[in-house]
Write a protein that binds this ligand. Structure first.
Ligand SMILES: [Zn+2]
Length: 410
């Protein structure tokens, strides 16, 4: 482990910010973290931003400084790599404030998943594994908007970026050593795409809990209701569920008739909300009802598996587990059970109706793309075609992958 910084500077006025940013501008790698609250607002309430290079660590107070332009210039500088742990929400704040993505970036949580630390490893856990340092947990539910911040809050906030640097260095080296740097680029594609942060009101209904239980016409109604709720929440900067929870929104979508009187009887729908927004809700509901059939959302139903899928699936999953062990990452990162089930079903889809499986066009799922395809997808196909077999090694009594006896040349 390289050296770990032992001090930080609290930045609370524009001239300090200017000096700090001139220093940060010299770095090629910066570790970044933000502290925010979003319990009572739609947009995150931005309370603190921490940035560390190898030489300096600054805690920047956005409540004390109106114009953060010098900071955004550093964060958006394309020549500086920005390192985050679980970058999504931090990036969302930066996108909200600047309209731009802080590229290039490196997410240590994503990198860790590709190196055998498991899916969504926590920061404290990762620091402990990489540096053997146990960070205190005490400040996770602290009030970051209160001023002045206490000494222990400040230390906690600084540690979040100070220890990010050795973690980053370790992970970057191991990605390089195992030739997985490209994997990281692929894994971060969604994180680095502007659409990810767009929150399109027209598409938000997919995220309403329980929406998959609705019929297509009801989905069309839900789409309008959820879009209305999203815009109303954005305008008033309120959490969307503060206006209407998901359950009553589903109940509204299921109604075949609706007026404000009936609305008042829906459980979980607040009377104040009905009084204030009843006519808007009614209008959204009506727009959904009026939606033409061809514009209803396309709902993918849970698949009907072909004959023998269960047995093929177990065989394929053993191959996935073997491969995952070999490269020392979690099996579900390599290929999820449901994707493998789709492949296992597809391999027999022509059975009985005269069609033959088209081996050149397998389902376009995750494990059939990029590094996963090379590592596991291609072999899953070979196994489905009968070109690979699994057997037990007589010495180790563990499963091994082999060619079928009939195709062996020795
Ligand atoms: Zn933090």
């Amino acid at each position: 482990m390289g050296k770990v910084l032992e001090s930080f500077t609290y930045i609370e006025n524009p001239s300090m910010l200017k000096t700090a940013c001139a220093e940060l501008e010299k770095a090629s790698v910066l570790c970044v973290d933000t502290e925010f609250h979003r319990e009572s607002t739609y947009y995150a309430e931005f309370a603190l931003i921490q940035i560390a290079s190898r030489d300096v660590c600054y805690l920047i107070d956005p409540l004390a400084i109106d114009d953060l332009t010098p900071l955004w210039d550093v964060i958006l500088n394309p020549d500086i790599l920005k390192v985050f742990h679980a970058a999504r929400q931090d990036v969302e704040i930066i996108v909200n404030k600047t309209g731009k993505l802080p590229l290039p970036l490196f997410d240590t949580q994503v990198a860790a998943a590709l190196l055998g630390f498991g899916l969504q490893v926590g920061f404290g856990n990762l620091v402990q594994k990489v540096t053997s340092k146990a960070l205190p947990k005490a400040e996770s539910f602290t009030n970051w908007l209160k001023r002045p911040l206490t000494e222990s809050q400040l230390t906690y906030a600084a540690d979040d970026v100070i220890y990010l640097m050795p973690v980053y260095q370790h992970l970057a080296e191991r990605l390089q050593a195992t030739a997985r740097t490209e994997w990281l680029d692929e894994e971060q594609e969604v994180l680095c795409a502007a659409e990810t942060y767009a929150n399109d009101p027209e598409q938000i209904f997919w995220r309403v809990k329980g929406s998959n239980r609705l019929r297509p016409r009801q989905m069309a109604v839900l789409r309008e209701l959820a879009a209305w709720r999203e815009r109303a929440a954005q305008q008033r900067d309120l959490p969307r569920r503060r206006l209407i929870q998901d359950e009553p929104l589903l109940a509204l979508a299921r109604k075949t008739q609706l007026d404000e009187e009936q609305m008042a009887h829906i459980r979980g729908l607040n009377n104040g909300v009905v009084r204030r927004f009843g006519s808007e809700i009614l209008a959204a509901w009506q727009r959904g009802q009026d939606c033409d059939k061809e514009n209803w959302p396309q709902v993918s139903r849970s698949p009907q598996y072909s004959e023998g899928t269960e047995m093929r699936l177990e065989l394929l999953m053993t191959l996935v587990r073997l491969r995952a062990e070999k490269v020392e990452i979690a099996a579900n990162i390599l290929a999820s059970r449901s994707e493998v089930a789709a492949l296992a079903s597809w391999a027999n889809h022509g059975n009985g109706n005269g069609n033959k499986t088209d081996w050149d066009s397998p389902p376009k799922n995750h494990c059939m793309r990029g590094w996963r395809k090379k590592l596991i997808g291609d072999d899953l196909l070979r196994m489905l075609r009968g070109e690979l077999c699994l057997r037990l090694d007589p010495q180790t009594h563990m499963p091994i992958v082999d060619k079928p006896a009939s195709s062996r040349t020795d």
